[in-house]
Design a protein around this ligand. Structure first.
Ligand SMILES: CC(C)(COP(=O)(O)OP(=O)(O)OC[C@H]1O[C@@H](n2cnc3c(N)ncnc32)[C@H](O)[C@@H]1OP(=O)(O)O)[C@@H](O)C(=O)NCCC(=O)NCCS
Length: 151
C-alpha cells in the first residue's frame, strides 16, 4: 500500500470527467450519468475538492453552495486508494472552501449502513438530524440526513 498522503488536494475540472466516471461506477450501484457529473463539476454554484495521484483523480467531494447552505452531493475514493486519508484531506479542503464562501451549514444524505462514510462525516462534526425512509434502491435502504454548522 502507498503512504497515506502521497496525493495532491485541489479542485476538479471538466478534463477529469473520465476518472470521475470510473470512480463513480466503482463506488455506487446507481452511478450518476456523465451529464449529471459534468453539471456538478461546472455548475454556477458548484464546489469541488479532489485528490490527485500520478496525474489522475483518485477521489472527489462535490457539492452545491447557495447562500448560507451547501449540500454535498457526491463523495467517493477509488477503491484501491481508500484508507489512506484521501477523503479526510478532501473534506478538509471542501469545508474550508465553504467557509470562504460564507456557508454556515453543510448538509448531506448517506446510506444508513455506510459505516465508512458516516464515520468520516461524524469525525468532521456532522450530526444526524433526520431520516428518509427507503430513500435508496439497489438495495433499498433509509437515508440518514446529516448536517454540520460551520464556525
Ligand atoms: C467513504 C469513503 C469516501 C472514505 O474514503 P477514504 O479515503 O477511504 O477515507 P479516509 O482514509 O480519508 O478516512 C477518513 C475517515 O473516514 C472514516 N472511515 C474510513 N474508512 C472507514 C471504515 N472502513 N470504517 C469506518 N470508518 C471509516 C474514519 O473516520 C476515517 O478517519 P481515520 O482514518 O482518522 O480513522 C470511501 O470509503 C468510499 O469511496 N466509499 C464508497 C463511496 C461512498 O460510500 N461515498 C459516500 C456516499 S454518502
Amino acid at each position: 500500500m502507498k503512504p497515506r498522503a502521497d496525493f495532491e488536494i485541489n479542485s476538479l475540472c471538466e478534463e477529469d470527467i473520465g476518472n470521475i466516471i470510473e470512480i463513480e461506477k466503482a463506488s455506487f450501484s446507481d452511478p450518476w450519468s456523465e451529464n449529471a457529473l459534468l453539471s456538478s463539476v461546472n455548475g454556477p454554484y458548484s464546489l469541488t475538492a479532489c485528490a490527485r495521484e500520478d496525474g489522475r483523480v483518485i477521489g472527489y467531494v462535490m457539492g452545491t453552495a447557495l447562500y448560507e447552505d451547501c449540500e454535498i452531493t457526491n463523495v467517493a475514493v477509488l477503491p484501491p486508494c481508500r484508507g489512506r486519508g484521501a477523503a479526510r484531506a478532501m473534506m478538509e479542503r471542501f469545508l474550508s472552501l465553504c467557509r470562504g464562501k460564507g456557508v454556515g451549514r453543510v448538509l448531506l444524505e448517506v446510506r444508513e449502513s455506510n459505516a465508512a462514510a458516516v464515520g468520516l462525516y461524524a469525525s468532521f462534526g456532522f450530526e444526524v438530524y433526520g431520516r428518509r425512509k427507503e430513500y435508496y434502491s439497489a438495495p433499498t435502504e433509509d437515508a440518514l440526513l446529516m448536517v454540520v454548522e460551520l464556525k
